[in-house]
Write a protein that binds this ligand. Sequence first.
Ligand SMILES: *Cc1c(COP(=O)(O)O)cnc(C)c1O
Length: 363
Amino acid sequence: MIPFNQLKPLHDLLAEEIALAMRRVADSGWYILGPEVEAFEREFADYHNVDHAVGVANGTDAIELALRAGGIGAGDEVITVAHTAMATVTAIEAAGAKPVLADIDLSTYTLDPKSALDSVTDRTRAIVAVHLYGQPADLTSLGAIAKERGLLLIEDCAQAHGAAWNGAKVGTVGHMGTFSFYPTKNMGAYGDGGAVITEDAALADKLRKLRNYGQTTRYTHQSRGRNSRLDELQAAILRVKLQRLDRHNQRRQAIAAIYDELLPDLVTPRVAANAEHVYHLYVIRDQRRDQLMEALKARDIGTLIHYPVPIHLQESHRDLGMAVGSLPNTEKAAREILSLPLYIGLSDDEVKRVCMTIRELRG
Ligand SMILES: *Cc1c(COP(=O)(O)O)cnc(C)c1O
């Protein structure tokens, strides 16, 4: 049996250090916005070579608060993709703005800059670029569009901790980078967590207020905010995980390299020339995807589809009024993509077994 994902093997590797971190917090008697969150924010900012990191409750809030900090809300349009986790769109709507869904580049599964440009109207205020599966979106082109049109560029890095574009870590090219520490992400907490990074001191200051009811000093509020805090326990655990992030990403890249080598006749991930891909997911494409998925399941190999129904075709978003066929690349991807097993603790032999099974099934 090779499951699609499991978290226990990684925990077993780190168990002692994680236990010490949790114990340290429990014994400290301080559980919200304390020394662990402060230390994690400093270390996460340093890792990205930026001035500010602000811990928040989850990756959805990170996007919502980034938009709010950027002054975006009711009446504003925000361009993003329909080929992403629902959370990206949930966050835009939570900020009070209208999501405008553009198409993807089918070779990288990320926002197609031409489609983004075609979606700009006089109400457009921001672009949320999603670095899907661990691969950066085309930040050069999207950065140029944002600059020319005076738009805020937010990078949704929930699937791409440590990935890079032209050597710069994702999250540092746009005005703000948002992260999720949901347990299955490349850097996962033991519960929910998120962060926003930025070089802009004024944005960081707004984010710190927004996450804590708009509070400036105790019980004094200059603006309205929310409750969206990273807790001390998660921060202490994330400090352990951050030290291993590059090594874990290297292991993910090594697994991807075996898939690349042993699945040459399939549509395997294409890495853009400027990109460092950190393989949150290893996604192939096959016109007979459903049969392949079923056959792998029958041979005890787990796979998943990220994502089977694009957001513009979800029942929840019918009111966007987008018909079937309106985002052809997105819809083609949704029909053909399949995510193969990939996690820390998956052995080379297991990866090879997945490859041999796929080759056998496809004749
Ligand atoms: C996971 C994810 C999010 C949301 O993160 P949560 O911590 O679950 O709120 C946002 N965007 C993308 C692309 C994600 O994969």
